[in-house]
Design a protein around this ligand. Structure first.
Ligand SMILES: Cc1ncc(COP(=O)(O)O)c(C=O)c1O
Length: 449
């Protein structure tokens, strides 16, 4: 048993991620999660909570899977660590590289491993910058991203992330240009979805002409934006964006940190769900279902051929790239997903989940429910017809999250939204529980406003 007071005391030395460090102290301290199993976690009060956020969009296969835990420990007994620097490798890094490239779109034939998604995105850009140096286009360095994007928190990844995530913090801003958010719900009044898509694509082209395609390396985009507010672009957007980028010889990076590994019902969403063939895909979270920290940057054959040409040297490396325990976790996780038919389960149950949450759209303060399968956001509004947002001090997202937690469900407050990304193994009964808890919670918040 743990001693809660002792944990709180020790925790005062811990710096939380994306947190109000001062506010945590005032707020009665952090929430302590102590154990987890299946779709549930337990907190320090001993309460069992449905994990509506899958840890942090990552515990796709569910908590406490012995098959993964045993695979990690078996691997550690056999080979605790070795690097993939220079000409070194080990069997599981090799096996995972083969497995991921088998699952990925066929043109993505090589993979670089790291330990966080931020680093996977950094790696993608570093590799592309080098690629353009090698093909004698050294000016092609700038990055096109979008308002609302979240690509991580290293110096470069946060620069590609929407500016709202780094107010008051420095970043490599001169390297990145942010295009408009493809948030259909908040498109200009009187514009149809198709016209909104035309507007976004037109903006893309004029921006490229202004900056000069000879200065732009890549366009990075999440198929569905996650942390920026579960933003699904208008129909046809990704395919049209890809075709614009091809015309201007700008490489595309699909940040599939959330959408890959079955969250939308397939191992990779770019090609299967959105019909695009990006030059690179970055993945993490669901790759190991969060059991070990691991990310992957998948690269097309064409890019790999350039960076592996005679006389070149790959000057990029991480001590833990392809770590044996992480590779073991990923392989065991993927094996479970395949054995248990997780993509098929999500195609069926994820749709039931999506429709259940969409059913909350009749509530007064629910302005928009968006997303797909097990990746859903609920946007709250003070007035449905004008889509007026709540004043920040009302903390509408937090209020709903607190009300839900008091009823046994963890949801993620995100400004004026509540976000759901549960483990993908949910049963229909659990899906219904989530729907019922959310309805009661939103009604309670609504009544007390
Ligand atoms: C779309 C996306 N990209 C990148 C990241 C950064 O990943 P990490 O926190 O592992 O660095 C995240 C994290 O939530 C994400 O959602």
């Amino acid at each position: 048993m743990f001693d809660l007071e002792k944990v709180m005391f020790m925790n005062s030395h811990l710096i939380h991620s994306f947190a109000d460090l001062h506010g945590i102290k005032q707020d009665g301290g952090p929430t302590v999660i102590t154990s987890a199993e299946g779709a549930y976690v337990r907190n320090s009060e001993g309460e069992k909570l449905l994990d509506g956020i899958g840890g942090l969009w990552c515990v796709n296969i569910g908590h406490g899977r012995k098959e993964i835990i045993e695979a990690i420990s078996k691997q550690l007994y056999e080979l605790d660590y070795y690097s993939t620097f220079y000409n070194l490798t080990h069997p599981l890094a090799a096996e995972l590289a083969q497995k991921i490239t088998d699952l990925a779109p066929a043109h993505l034939t090589h993979v670089y491993f790291a330990n966080s998604w931020s680093v996977a995105n950094d790696s993608a850009v570093r590799i592309l910058h080098h690629y353009f140096n090698r093909i004698s286009k050294p000016k092609k360095k700038k990055i096109l991203s979008r308002i609302g994007a979240y690509h991580g928190s290293t110096h470069l990844a946060i620069a590609m992330t929407t500016p709202a995530y780094r107010e008051g913090w420095d970043s490599a801003e001169d390297l990145v240009h942010h295009l408009s958010s493809p948030l259909t719900y908040r498109r200009p009044d009187g514009m149809s979805e198709d016209e909104f898509c035309d507007f976004l694509i037109e903006e893309m082209k004029t921006t490229i002409e202004d900056i000069g395609a000879e200065n732009i390396a890549c366009f990075i985009a999440e198929p569905i934006m996650g942390a920026g507010g579960v933003i699904v672009p208008p129909k046809g957007y990704h395919q049209r964006a890809e075709s614009v980028m091809r015309d201007y010889e700008i490489k595309t990076i699909s940040d599939e940190v959330v959408t890959a590994f079955c969250r939308l019902g397939s191992f990779f969403a770019s090609e299967e769900v959105f019909g695009i063939k990006p030059d690179m895909i970055t993945v993490a979270k669901g790759l190991t279902s969060g059991y070990q920290p691991m990310s992957a940057t998948l690269i097309s054959e064409e890019i790999y051929d350039v960076i592996s040409a005679p006389g070149d040297y790959f000057l990029h490396g991480m001590t833990y790239s392809g770590h044996p325990a992480c590779a073991a976790a990923a392989l065991a996780n993927i094996a479970l997903m395949e054995k248990e038919g997780l993509p098929q389960h999500v195609q069926h149950m994820g749709k039931i989940f999506e429709n259940t949450i969409r059913g909350l759209g009749d509530l007064d303060i629910v302005g928009d429910v968006r997303g797909s399968h097990f990746m859903i956001g609920i946007e709250f509004v003070a007035d449905k017809s004008s889509k007026k947002v709540f004043a920040g001090e009302i903390m509408i997202g937090k209020r709903v999250a607190r009300a839900a937690q008091a009823r046994g469900l963890v949801v993620r407050p995100l400004g004026h939204m509540a976000v759901l990304s549960p483990p993908l193994i949910l049963s229909e009964e659990q899906v219904n529980d989530i729907g019922a808890i959310l309805r009661d919670s939103i009604l309670e918040v609504q009544q007390n406003l």
